[in-house]
Design a protein around this ligand. Structure first.
Ligand code: HEC
Length: 126
């Protein structure tokens, strides 16, 4: 019995570690297929990108920096290959979920259209 308990704890630890590593590797791997494929209805709308810039200033800049370059520590740059390679749907999903455990708030309280505007702004960055 004691032995079985030990095995179960070991299995649990292994599974837990696996999940943590997968999360660290990429947020996008966790995105459900439907969200991953969701198109951004505001793509190519320059007004939306401008509105997104303002929203970014109000909600995101304090952590990710005025130019979205991050702080070089825990707050990642948003001008990364990782963000570029994500679909708009991946980003919308991530903004909606957040990752509170790692310090990223959920933005589900913003209207959906504002999340798309912010994503348009991120896409407009060089
Ligand atoms: C309180 C600080 C904070 C605020 C405000 C914040 N973020 Fe974050 N964000 C983080 C942290 C910390 C991470 C890293 C989380 C992780 O590793 O899971 C992150 C991760 C991200 C990522 C994933 C980057 C990657 O390469 O995986 C995106 C995209 C993102 N944030 C966008 C935004 C946007 C857009 C806003 C504004 C609506 C915002 N964040 C507001 C702290 C913040």
């Amino acid at each position: 019995m004691k032995h079985l308990k030990g095995v179960l704890i070991a299995v649990n630890l292994t599974l837990g570690l696996g999940t943590a590593l997968a999360a660290a590797a990429s947020h996008w791997a966790a995105v459900p297929a439907r969200d991953h494929a969701r198109p951004n209805p505001l793509t190519g709308d320059s007004g939306a990108a401008l509105a997104g810039a303002l929203l970014y200033k109000n909600h995101c800049q304090q952590c990710h920096g005025a130019d979205a370059q991050g702080d070089g520590k825990k707050k990642p740059t948003l001008r990364s290959e990782g963000v570029r390679s994500a679909t708009d749907g991946d980003l919308e999903w991530f903004l909606r979920q957040g990752d509170l455990r790692h310090g990223m708030p959920s933005w589900s309280s913003l209207p959906l259209a504002q999340r798309w505007e912010i994503i348009d702004y991120l896409r407009s960055l060089p």
